[in-house]
Structure formats: structure tokens, C-alpha cells
Design a protein around this ligand. Sequence first.
Ligand code: UD1
Ligand code: MG
Length: 465
Amino acid sequence: MSLSIVIMAAGKGTRMKSARPKVLHKLAGQPMLAHVIGTTATLAAQQQVVITGHGAEMVESAMRQAFAQAPLKFVRQEPQLGTGHAVQQAVPVLPDDGITLILNGDTPLIEASTAQALVDACDGNHLALLTIRLPDPTGYGRIVRDDSGVKVLGIVEHKDASAEQRAINEVYTGMMAAPTAQLKKWLSRLNNNNAQGEYYLTDVVAMAQADGVQVVAAQPRDEVEVLGVNSPAQLADLERRHQLAQANRLMEAGVRLADPARFDLRGQLQCGQDVDIDVNCIFEGAVQLGDNVQIGANCVIRNAVIGAGAVIHPFTHIDGDTQGATVGEGSLIGPFARLRPGAQLGAEVHIGNFVEVKNSTLAKGAKANHLAYLGDATVGERVNYGAGSITANYDGANKHRTVIGNDVHVGSNCVLIAPVSLGDGATIGGGSTISKDVPAGQLAVARAKQVSLAGWQRPQKTKAK
Ligand code: UD1
Ligand code: MG
């Protein structure tokens, strides 16, 4: 049976007090709406339709960019006259049969299995609602059942509910699955005679009941799946719950987190055995940590692969961006190191404090331990790259490569003006500015000769008159 997914994302989100549309605010590094689209893309749906309104252009372009391959349909709702009115806008693009699954763009943690369970409960001929019991149901639409408690009679919005109805703690989560043909009929009959003067999607429930269509309810696995975001405080709360759930999953797999409350994963993290992660680390994009990797406190690591046994000391920033960054097995990085896109470090490489590496390959055992820059360089095995040395890789117009052979020793405070290459075993005297290739095995010194002046006198301070 064909499935259409409609995601409502036209609301303003007044309580966010932001110029950015609510559904573009990020949870775990990704816009809330992108979570909903991404999760439900795994269902076998014929189409995903997003209802946009407030900030429509911004929302549509962000989602087109995020889901370049998956064709999304956008339908505008202007002005925004309620959830029923929102879904009415999608009617022209919905087929005449099959199932329509309706979700909210500001409820980011819905799981695919729950959405599928809702579709299964609909089965093409029932109206299926996702409901949950909440200790404090204030603000939500209440599920009104018959005296037996079996039959769902309708949904009453909080603002329209009687005191007796407000005592009901089973609420509508904002997600439903309906037979499309009937849904279209019900939508055409909605009115806005209610406390908010809006077209309520929830009014279709009583219509289904009147038409003899059975109304069924499904429940999420976890409350967190149906929590919507209306304010920065709710966004932060949901972020922490989500992070804690991710942290718990990693710990169940054996990863040792110093403090699960001080851990942030904004993407995918794959860990080998015996991985230790100290406090306040942020992992973004796709990150892989091999067996026995240790990550010190306050590291930010994005799109990178860290080999087995590597130790990343505190305050290290690794950002592979689109090119990726690789740290070889047994390497020691940081503290205060910066690896940028295209940093490819072999085994047992040492990168120390205030060393920056960009678009460079370092072979096994190479070391740059203090205050250095390696950009667009190819560095051989066992190279020792001295404190304060840099590759001058940019001539103001173009970038050039520096090639450093095996066993080269670059002294402190050297400038290697690219393009330049240093042969195997070469030694560069400290303080040298190297602009010509250095043959293998030779010592190159390129600095003014030292002079010492015997009998030289320091100037004396002139006396005030
Ligand atoms: C809705 C439900 C309520 C339920 C609650 C769960 C209705 C009438 N009520 O109430 O029963 O308990 O969700 O969170 O449906 N939107 C549009 N266009 C509009 C209005 C809203 O696209 O004209 C979108 C919003 O961006 C949001 C979603 O629909 O993603 C829900 O809207 P919201 O105003 O939050 O509905 P609630 O009053 O919370
Ligand atoms: Mg809401």
C-alpha cells in the first residue's frame, strides 16, 4: 500500500524568540526537521511532503541541501491557520488511496520503528494515533475514550477542554496515520469554531468515529520520541536527554566515558575495544576510534579516523571537514594540537602543543613536538621537525608543496619556502630560511653568520640635566 509522509513545519515558533525558523534549530548538530526527514526516509514511502510557511525559503533550501539525493516535496502554507489547514495544503499532492503518515517537524527524536508501528496500526483502514500518558498533560490534546476506555471518541484540545477532560492524562503526540481517501474527505469538512479560531487536524478523529472508521492508538517506545520543542529550554533539555541516551549506548558497548553528562556526539561515532573518553569532548560528523584509543578532556574531533592505541591529549582540535583526517596507530597528539583537513598521520607520529597540520602526510615515527606549522607537506619517516618551524606554503596566489625525506632533522625556527624538497637524512640548521632544495645527507644553514665583538660597550644612560 502506498505511503505518503507529511511533515508539518510551517509554524513560527514564537517562543524560540529567534529570527531562524524553529525547525532549523539544531539538535545534536542537525536541524530538528532534518532528523524527522532522515529518520522517516528509511520507511518505504512513496513521497515525503514538507509543509513550510514561516521562513519557508530558508527551510526549503536548507533541506534541499541536506537531502540532495532524496527528492522532497515542499508545499507552502500561507497564512498558517492551524494543523488541519496545514495538511489541507498537501491534499493536491496526495494520491487517492494508500496511507498518509502525519508528523511534526519540531519533534525530532521520533524513531522509524515507532512511525512504522503507527503505519501498521492504520493498516489502510483505521485511523491510528500516537498517544502517550504524561504526568502533566497541560497544553496537549486529550484522548477522549468511551466509558469502557476502549473506543477513542475524539481529541479535545487543552484550550477547549472541560475541567473533567483536562484530568485525562492520555494525550495526542501530534502524529497520526490515516487512510488517505478518508483523510481528504475529513479535511474538507474542518471548521475553525474553537477556542483558538484554528483548523484543528485533531477534529478528524471525531469524524472518523462518526463515519464508523475505527480509531486505534499506538505508543512510542520512549517519551523522548514525542517531546516537541517550543523554547530554548526545551531544546536544551531534549539535547541532554538525547546525548545521555547516546552516551549510554556507547557505554553498553564498552566505551568508557569519564562522565556521560559531559559528552556530545553530533553525528556517528564508531569505537573499538577499550576506548577511554575524558570529559567535555565533542564528536562531529563521522568519527572512528580504534582499539585502546584515549581521548583527553576538552577535545573536538570531526570527520576523522584515529588508529588503535593513539592518545589524543587534552584540548586537541581535529577537523577533517570534507577531506578527512587520519591519525595512525600509536600516535601521540596534543595537548593543544590542531589537525586540519587532509592531515594524514602514519603510525607513531608525535604532534605536540601548538602544532598545526593541514593537507600533509607524515610517515611513521615523524615528530613535530612544539609550536610548528606543516601545510601541504609530505614528511618522511622518523623526521624531527623543530620547534617554531613552518612551511611557507602560500606565495600570496598559489599553494606549493614541501617534501621532506626520511630521517631529516629540521632545527628550530626554520622557514621552508615551498616548493622545496629536503633529501633523505638532510639536516637544517636552526633559524634557517630554506628556499632551495637540499641534497640528501647534507647540512643546510641559511642564516647570517654569528659575530662576537670583543671589547664592545653597552650604551650608558644619559644623566638628566
Ligand atoms: C498539536 C495538537 C495537539 C497535540 C500537540 C502535540 C492540533 C490542533 N493539536 O497542538 O492535540 O497534543 O500538537 O505536540 O493539531 N503547524 C503548521 N501550520 C500551522 C500550525 C502548526 O505547520 O498552521 C505545525 C507546527 O510548525 C508544528 C506542528 O504543526 O510543527 C504542531 O503545531 P502546534 O502549534 O505546536 O500545535 P499544538 O498547539 O502544540
Ligand atoms: Mg506544539
